[in-house]
Structure formats: C-alpha cells, structure tokens
Design a protein around this ligand. Structure first.
Ligand code: GDP
Ligand code: ZN
Length: 311
C-alpha cells in the first residue's frame, strides 16, 4: 500500500482533545486510548474539548490531528495582544464561582454571564464559602440572579455543605469553573474530583511528552457523568469583548422591557422612551445589573470603533 500523508482521510480516527498546550494535544478515543498528537498544518486549531479526526504517525501511539469537527460552543478570551482566542470548546455550562471574600466584583460576574449568553453556553452561579458572614451578605445579589432566571446555589468547599447539589448540577454537563482568584475554584474542583492534581499532572506530562509546563488545559470526567475542564488560564479569564456585539441582548432581563423602547435600535443609554431605563427606574431591573450593562456597552463600543483603536 502506498504511504499515506495526513491529508489522506481514509485512516482517520475520531477522538476528543482532553488536554491542550499550544499545538500539542492529547486525544482520547471512544475506546479510552490516549494519544499525544500535534496539529497538522498552521491553520488547524484545536483546544481542550474539541472533537477531532486524527491518524497515527508512529508505532508509539503518537499521532497527527488532521481535522477539527464543528464546535457546538466555544469559550473565548481576549489574549495579551487584544485578540480573541478560543480556550475551551463544546462546553455546555459555565460555572461562575463567587464568594463573600474576596469581595465579589459583580461586574466580573456579569461579564462572564454575558460571554456565556453570547456563546450559547448555560450558566450556574455558585456562592462558595457559605460559612463566612460576608457570603451571607452577598445573598441579596444571588437572589437578583435567580430572579433573572439563572440557577444559583450556595456551598462550602471546606465543610462540604452544598457539594451534593453542585455535583448534581454538573451531572451530564460539560462545565468549567470560572471566577475571581481566591473564591475557591481549586478547592471546589478538588472536592468534586479527588485526585485532580495528580491527574492534571499526568495529562500535562503526556501532552507535552514529559516537559514541565503550567498552562495545559485538561478535561476530567466526573464520577457521576459529565466533565470539568480545568486550566489556570481559564479560571480567571477576561471574556473576549469583540464577540459581544449586541450587549443588550446578553442581559436576559432586558429582553421583555426592550420591546417597549420607542426606537427599535435603542441602546438603552440616553434614548427617550426607553423600556429598559423605565424598568430600571421602577426597580424591576436591578440598577447594579444595568450599570454592568453600561460598562460593557462602553467597553464594546470603544473596541468596535476603528477610530478608537488608533488612539
Ligand atoms: P481559587 O483561586 O478560586 O482557586 O481559590 P482556592 O481554591 O485556592 O481558595 C482560596 C482560599 O479560600 C484558600 O485559602 C481556601 O482554603 C479558601 N476556601 C476555599 N473554599 C472555602 C470555603 O468554602 N470556606 C472558607 N472559609 N474558605 C474557603
Ligand atoms: Zn431602550
């Protein structure tokens, strides 16, 4: 038989990327075998969670990823150069972790929610450290999110309170834990997946062939079904702004009052006869959520104007 190159699709095998570091990925087949692969060609991009086609490249089980299958969802961040960069693919749920301490920055939380809305990813809002009085003070804001329709729950990674509810919320979903540094994401991940650190180290080693790197994103199977993607870079990322082209559409509670705006292209900022501003004045929409919207709209317009970029 003639030797086949990577462009030949006859012998490709389906798999899922369970760890990624730049152009190095670890692919797992449905039978459970794992193969360190590189991406074929400059333009091919695959990240943790991606479904791919790959083919063996040598007898040691190494391979080459030749094709990326369509993504159901993609979570992107703005990287250091200001570009949008996909971090995780095929997530079904963003778990936004908060706590009473460090003091919650609700703008960060709203930005995560907006990113998830724009990417078609569901959100769960978790208030961790329920043992702290400061967390009880944040319950009011949690209720605001619940009223808007986001599922919320409280837990304590230290005592284990609320962890069974968190487990069942993660069952059969493909999730990632995000949130400010110090809210307890690693502690929660360790509650959910005992042995997580050892497994992460193992997947990292396999992906980059024994080299030590800290930025490998890894996908872990939960005991009750479902997966969690873990990565230092994913944990407190800034969601990509250029994708948030219609910021108002990303605030669920704006949709119904926006139908009463005089202008169909109302931005709900200074326009007269604005249903959203009226709902804020009437206390139907939280003034804090509206302020998050204004900040996001301002950031987005600064990003979108070509003139603004030159400045
Ligand atoms: P991460 O930066 O979000 O990953 O947060 P960590 O998991 O590293 O936790 C930050 C700090 O909060 C650590 O000192 C944890 O021990 C502590 N912590 C985590 N969960 C809880 C909790 O439920 N209650 C309390 N009181 N402290 C917690
Ligand atoms: Zn309006």
């Amino acid at each position: 038989m003639a030797p086949s190159g990577p462009a030949d699709s006859r012998e490709t095998i389906a798999g899922r990327v369970i760890a990624s570091h730049g152009r190095h990925v670890l692919v797992e087949t449905s039978a459970g075998s794992r193969h360190a692969c590189t991406l074929f060609g400059r333009r091919l991009e695959a990240v943790c969670g991606d479904e791919v086609k790959w083919m063996p490249a040598d007898r040691d089980g190494h391979g080459v990823v030749t094709e990326l299958l369509p993504r159901r969802t993609a979570l992107a961040r703005t990287n250091a150069r200001g570009r949008s960069e996909t971090m995780v693919a095929n997530l079904s749920q963003l778990v936004v972790v908060s706590a009473g301490l460090p003091r919650p920055d609700f703008f960060v939380i709203d930005r995560f929610l907006a990113a998830a809305e724009s990417g078609g990813i569901a959100c769960l809002i978790v208030l961790n450290k329920s043992d702290l009085a400061e967390s009880r003070e944040a319950l009011g804001e949690l209720a605001t999110y619940a009223a808007v329709g986001y599922p919320t729950l409280q837990c304590c990674a230290l005592s284990g309170a609320g962890i069974p509810a968190l487990r069942s919320a993660l069952r059969n979903a493909s999730s990632v834990l995000v949130g400010q540094s110090g809210v307890g994401k690693s502690s929660l991940a360790n509650c959910l997946l005992p042995g997580l650190n050892a497994e992460t180290a193992e997947l990292s080693r396999a992906t980059v062939e024994g080299r030590h790197v800290t930025s490998v994103a890894t996908l872990h199977r939960l005991p009750d079904g479902g997966t969690i993607v873990d990565s230092p870079g994913v944990r407190d990322f800034a969601p990509a702004l250029e994708r948030l082209t219609q910021p108002a559409a990303l605030f669920r509670e704006f949709r119904e009052p926006a139908a009463r705006c005089r202008f169909s292209d109302c931005k709900h900022l200074r326009e007269p006869d604005c249903g959203v501003q009226a709902a804020v004045a009437a206390g139907v929409i939280s003034a804090r959520r509206y302020e998050s919207y204004r900040r996001l709209a301002r950031l987005q317009s600064r990003f979108a104007e070509p003139g603004a970029r030159r400045r």
